[in-house]
Design a protein around this ligand. Structure first.
Ligand code: CDP
Ligand code: CDP
Length: 239
């Protein structure tokens, strides 16, 4: 069967990482988390004290930064991580999940020049197909000709509650209201920015998983993917 490129986009807490990872596992594809790259770059900017509104310094930083995504170690997996993230060789898997890193990521992600560097990296990583990549602009900008595009969504209260539960399990003492505000503010910034905003691609399938579990959502996407694989095979595309 031909191997597809599957793009999953959606707002914070919609289930992109969990679902994309499971879809990749079921199809034996590679899972790539583009948000982790923005988070890692933002973490480095915070550590270096680079202002989050300085596009040219952030672009330079992006160009001299090495971000690697690897399968999670058993310890990281037990702590809920979907992948291991290395920033210039250092393990930042846990650190990038803090709300400060998430907020900073959505600031650095608003700049065209920063995005160009990371998008080129993502396109290289996903070249060849057989990948499930998730983020905000995968179906619109990174892989506009992906054979299957999903726009994953869920009610804002549900998305915030999911994120809050994750923080609580890690021992972070954030209230549900604080997490709700963080998620809503970041979504607004991601949706309203001029460059590559979070938007459903016209040819993306909308999947609202407010009332669905990870496994159910992943299996629905796998069914759609297998249908596409069969269509392409019938059309004579080689595997
Ligand atoms: O990547 P994204 O921010 O879109 O979401 P995620 O990190 O995959 O999911 C956020 C949390 O919601 C995780 O703890 C998932 O286990 C949980 N989740 C859920 O309970 N039900 C779903 N259908 C999807 C995710
Ligand atoms: O897991 P969650 O959905 O909360 O966030 P994420 O996917 O890790 O992304 C963190 C931030 O990076 C987002 O709020 C976006 O501002 C940015 N991002 C982006 O602009 N484009 C992407 N393809 C992925 C993430």
């Amino acid at each position: 069967m031909p191997k597809l490129t599957i793009a999953i986009d959606g707002p914070a807490g919609s289930g992109k990482s969990s679902v994309a990872r499971r879809v990749a596992e079921l199809l034996q594809y590679v899972y790539l988390d583009s948000g982790a790259m923005y988070r890692a770059l933002a973490l480095k900017a915070l550590k270096r004290g680079i202002p989050l509104n300085d596009e040219s310094r952030l672009e330079k930083l992006a160009k001299e930064t090495r971000i690697e995504l690897k399968s999670p170690t058993p310890e990281h997996e037990a702590a809920g991580a979907k992948n291991c993230v290395f920033l210039d060789g250092a393990d930042v898997t846990q650190e990038i999940r803090k709300p400060e890193a998430a907020q900073a990521a959505s600031h650095v992600a608003a700049f065209q020049k920063v995005r160009e560097v990371l998008v080129a990296e993502q396109q290289r990583a996903g070249a060849g197909g057989g990948v499930v990549m998730e983020g905000r602009d995968i179906g619109t900008v990174v892989f506009p000709s992906a054979e299957l595009k999903i726009f994953l969504d869920a009610a804002p209260e549900t998305r915030a509650e999911r994120r809050w539960k994750e923080h609580r399990e890690k021992g972070d003492k954030l209230t549900l209201a604080e997490v709700f505000d963080e998620v809503i503010e970041r979504d607004k910034r991601d949706r309203e920015r001029k460059v590559s905003p979070l938007v459903r691609a016209t040819d993306a399938v909308l999947v609202d998983n407010t009332a669905m579990g990870i496994e159910e959502t992943a299996r629905l996407i796998v069914m759609l993917a297998q249908e596409r694989e069969r269509e392409l095979a019938r059309a004579g595309r080689p595997g």
